[in-house]
Design a protein around this ligand. Sequence first.
Ligand SMILES: Cc1cc2nc3c(=O)[nH]c(=O)nc-3n(C[C@H](O)[C@H](O)[C@H](O)COP(=O)(O)O)c2cc1C
Length: 324
Amino acid sequence: MKKEVSRKFCVAPMMGYTTPYARKLYRILSNNSFLFSEMIATKSLIYSKSRENIIDNDFNNPVALQVGGSEIEDLTKASKIAIDYNYDEINLNVGCPSKAVQKGSFGACLMLDKILVRNCIEALQNDKIEATLKCRLGLGRELNYEFFEEFIDEISKTGIKFIYVHARNAILSGISPQGNRTIPPLSYDFVRKIKNKYPNITFILNGGINHLDKAESLLKEFDGVMVGRLIKKNPFILKEVDKKIFNEKNRLIDETIINNYFEYIKPKLGFESIFRLLSPLLNIFFSVPHSKIYKSKINDYMKEQKLNLIEDLLIQYVSEKNLN
Ligand SMILES: Cc1cc2nc3c(=O)[nH]c(=O)nc-3n(C[C@H](O)[C@H](O)[C@H](O)COP(=O)(O)O)c2cc1C
């Protein structure tokens, strides 16, 4: 049976950022946000010896596993793996414009072949896990609503329930993945229109939501929002989400946050780089004045792999700075 979960506030998949460690921190900070893994190529998911480290999900639900791929058998296997690792959802990436991803025939270039995307979604579908899509509005420099509508018309035939739309085109040559997140203009209007056409599909709006107030206001109109770079810059914003978006108590930044996080990462030292383990938490210094001494001590302890000392220092830091 598929679990009913809220996708009102989603943290976008971000390669190099939404690691299992970051997701642990996000979950400590917000009970209700819906989380995503980084995009994992189906081949890595199926064959990688370090699969455990890449997709570990320590009951940080609700959470989606995002995959990149277009080979039907691989996608079906990926969906089974997502179930085994207790994910709530498997999501197909049809938005990444990078050259490497195009070479592997997945990501945004798949928008050129809507029938293949439909087949891919069908390969992911089963009665245990929700199969969803994350796409762009279209390809190239010109916005074209008809193209987007025809693409969704085809995908809707799968019975899909949730589609995340990064509300701008992808430009497949001439600009970088970074440029592809700023240069093509946003059009929330396309998402407004398509959601009116398909009331049975939940369209989750993504792109350019750079403040929680903006997320809150868009939620008056859209059933869900997905936020990426705002959280990448400062994950501690998530401590406001339960209160602002879900009318629950917000999380305080205290010793328990630090303890819970270290409890998860300590056993991973030796299997994973100390930087990858700690980097999500080190955003705690974001825009807090006079943190330099702490940062430099932590750097020294990181070189010596001294997680216990780093934990003690961060506990001292949160009590001294009173970050709530
Ligand atoms: C560093 C970085 C890595 C990203 N990696 C992925 C990814 O793995 N899969 C994906 O679908 N989108 C990826 N994205 C795109 C985001 O999910 C999101 O669609 C985009 O950043 C727009 O949302 P925002 O304006 O809230 O940042 C990435 C974005 C960034 C900044």
